[in-house]
Design a protein around this ligand. Structure first.
Ligand SMILES: [Zn+2]
Length: 237
């Protein structure tokens, strides 16, 4: 195992990673690991009034600012909301993100999360991470010589998700809060569309996961336990 890990987190929309694993990513960064945050979709349907093109640009900027707080590289695949399908084209795009980052660990949505952008992202990441390891499948980037272990981050509000692993994020909770707060457009959207306080929503979930493992704030994860993805070491911080 390398001392400096490459950590690749792939979420559906800008803000999903901050909400569901931001404290863990901040912790990796603080420990000197290299963090890449990729959002596959551009979030252009997440508002009542702002036109889609303008919203996509706003959200790209919000994601950049959030990533900057922990020194993460931010990758935006810029697919329109609800425009992701598990096609070869999409898988090859995600495969190239993986080949570029050469990750030791990949974090993504669980396969049973609440809406199709999340579940299809999960499926595409699973498929693409296998594809990334195949030397004869040529692309712009050199193949990644391993099938990378995947950890599924929590689902929205923790629904139908029982973690196998927890990360104590008490010491990076403030940073997680700041990262999520960068997504100003979504704080408004969640209030108007879902009638929730987005920051309180995030904090409540982190507190609940914290209670489950005996710390103040935590994030929950589930290992993807397929052949080639199990390692006899813990990769989470
Ligand atoms: Zn989302």
């Amino acid at each position: 195992m390398r001392d400096r890990l490459s950590v690749l987190a792939i979420g559906a929309h800008p803000d999903d990673l901050e909400l569901l694993c931001g404290g863990t990513l901040a912790k990796y960064a603080r420990l000197g690991h290299e963090v890449t945050m990729c959002h596959v979709l551009n979030g252009d349907l997440g508002h009542f009034h702002i036109p889609r093109k303008e919203l996509a640009a706003t959200r790209a900027r919000e994601a950049e600012e959030a990533g900057k707080l922990i020194g993460a590289r931010v990758v935006n695949l810029d697919i329109s909301d609800l425009g992701i399908y598990p096609t070869e084209e999409t898988k090859l795009k995600v495969m190239d993100v993986i080949r570029q980052a050469k990750p030791d660990i990949i974090i993504t949505h669980p396969p049973n999360d609440y809406m199709p952008d999340h579940t299809i992202t999960s499926q595409v990441v699973f498929d693409a991470s296998f594809m990334a390891s195949l030397p004869q499948l040529k692309s712009e980037h050199e193949f990644h010589p391993k099938v990378t272990p995947i950890y599924y981050m929590d689902s929205l509000a923790g629904c139908d998700f029982l973690p196998t692993d927890y990360v104590d994020v008490t010491d990076t909770m403030e940073l997680k809060r700041q990262m999520l707060a960068k997504h100003e457009s979504q704080v408004t959207w969640m209030k108007e569309h879902d009638h929730i306080d987005f920051l309180d929503f995030m904090e409540t979930q982190a507190k609940f996961r914290g209670y489950q493992c005996g710390v103040k704030y935590a994030e929950g994860f589930r290992r993807c336990e397929t052949y080639l993805r199990n390692l006899p070491v813990r990769l989470l911080p």
